[in-house]
Design a protein around this ligand. Structure first.
Ligand SMILES: *Cc1c(COP(=O)(O)O)cnc(C)c1O
Length: 409
């Protein structure tokens, strides 16, 4: 029988219903510790990427261990303010389309840095800094034009992508910004994408950023921060994976590319901290055959976990109580949503399952709940955080009243 830490999953399903997101606190903290250990020798701050899993309880947990945050919206800023006010001073704000209300809110809250993605945004930031009489610290998010193997929807470091400013144009932009009384050039940032498994693209991108830093020094412009972004990938299959080795190799790339610059390092991991700490627990509603295909229909759907539909992502799926050595058969595991894209796995070998059985969709802690929706007017799942033999409800299941609250008839 599958457990989260010491708690059997059937007990959690019985107490909280399904679909249910289950996270292990110890798992998240051990991933966090890997980065802290690997970078112990150099001044750094880990700015957890809130969008990977935005749960207030998780933000609070990480802030208590010293994390800052990487946010991409005013809503995420509000989450940090609500759950970890002191970490606002360690928060960086990325995003290609920051709106003026979001810029004002971040200036007033006193975030560490704006990661600015265009010349137009820089001008807007200066205007609002002046209006509020609050000088703005910024980094330019540069686009290093480095290729990293991942799904095209989550690759961001090529000129063809909408992200960042061309690294060759950055020097001029810093020079211009240095004339503004309201803009403080404090750092430089880069983020080349997500679910990147090879570590050398991180090094290659940072080498380019390091050259820029040296050019800026020649211009008399000394920065304080270098932000390596996030993006380190995890293993979603049951293949071998050594997270400590992955972090060590990643850190080695970053440390060697930035050696001698004397800057404070920021890193923005999201997925790596939380993906494998979480599972989506779901109950089989029905098993049906169409021709020679077998469909296992679950009470979780693409609105609860969209990664397979959106990125053709693979998630391992395990019966929670596996009959020992049962013969396996290929099935499609699908949700109840009215879309053919509503699947979790296709032609997946599973032992026979019956209505009422529990399945665990593994590695669902990142970009699961945070990408969920109410499509088909489905209330979103509850979330629980397990710590050893203790469990805490960190988000109650939505009700229909919750869904209708904003609507006017
Ligand atoms: C999404 C994002 C991250 C986190 O990426 P992961 O792959 O989850 O580590 C970090 N920084 C920025 C700017 C992002 O957009």
């Amino acid at each position: 029988m599958l457990c989260c830490d010491e708690l059997p999953l059937p007990d959690l399903a019985e107490a909280h219903g399904t679909p249910l997101y289950v996270y292990s606190q110890q798992h998240i903290l051990s991933r966090f510790a890997l980065f802290q250990q690997a970078l112990a020798e150099i001044p750094h701050t880990l700015c957890y990427a809130v969008k990977a899993n935005s749960s207030l309880a998780l933000l609070k947990l990480l802030a208590e261990r010293g994390a800052g945050f990487d946010i991409v919206s005013g809503g995420e800023l509000a989450r940090v303010v609500l759950s970890a006010k002191r970490a606002v001073a360690k928060t960086v704000f990325a995003g290609v389309g920051k709106q003026v209300a979001e810029i004002d809110a971040a200036l007033e809250a006193g975030i560490l840095l704006f990661n600015v993605e265009s010349e137009g945004e820089l001008a807007l930031l200066a205007e609002h800094a002046e209006k509020l009489n609050l000088p703005a610290r910024f980094s330019l998010r540069v686009n290093p034009d480095v290729f990293a193997e991942t799904h095209p929807y989550i690759s961001t470091g090529l000129s063809a992508h909408k992200f960042g400013v061309d690294i060759h144009a950055a020097r001029d932009l810093y020079r211009k910004a240095a004339h503004s009384k309201w803009l403080i050039p404090a750092g430089v940032s880069v983020h080349i994408g997500s679910q990147i498994r090879a570590v050398d693209p991180f090094g290659a991108a940072l080498e380019r950023v390091a050259s820029l830093v040296r050019e800026l020094e020649q211009d008399g412009l000394g920065l304080t921060y270098i932000d390596a972004g996030g993006g380190l990938g995890v293993e979603y299959t049951d293949g071998p994976f050594d997270p400590a080795a992955a972090v060590a190799a990643y850190a080695q790339q970053i440390v060697s590319a930035t050696a001698g610059l004397g800057l404070h390092l920021l890193i923005e991991p999201g997925r790596f901290l939380v993906a494998q700490a979480g599972a989506l627990l779901t109950t089989v509603i029905n098993v049906k055959k169409n021709g020679d295909k077998t469909f296992v229909i679950t009470d979780a759907g693409m609105n609860d976990l969209i990664r397979p539909a959106l990125y053709q992502a693979h998630h391992q799926i395990l019966p929670v109580c596996e009959a020992s050595a049962a013969q396996k058969y290929p099935v499609d595991v699908v949700g109840p949503v009215c879309e053919s894209g509503d699947f979790f796995a296709r032609d997946r070998e599973l032992p026979p399952v019956q209505p009422g059985d529990l399945l665990a969709i593994l590695d669902a802690g990142a970009y699961g709940m945070s990408l969920s929706s109410n499509y088909n007017t489905r209330p979103r799942p509850a979330e629980v955080l397990v710590d050893g033999n203790a469990v805490r409800l960190i988000r109650r299941r939505e009700t229909e009243q919750d869904l209708f609250a904003p609507e006017l008839v």
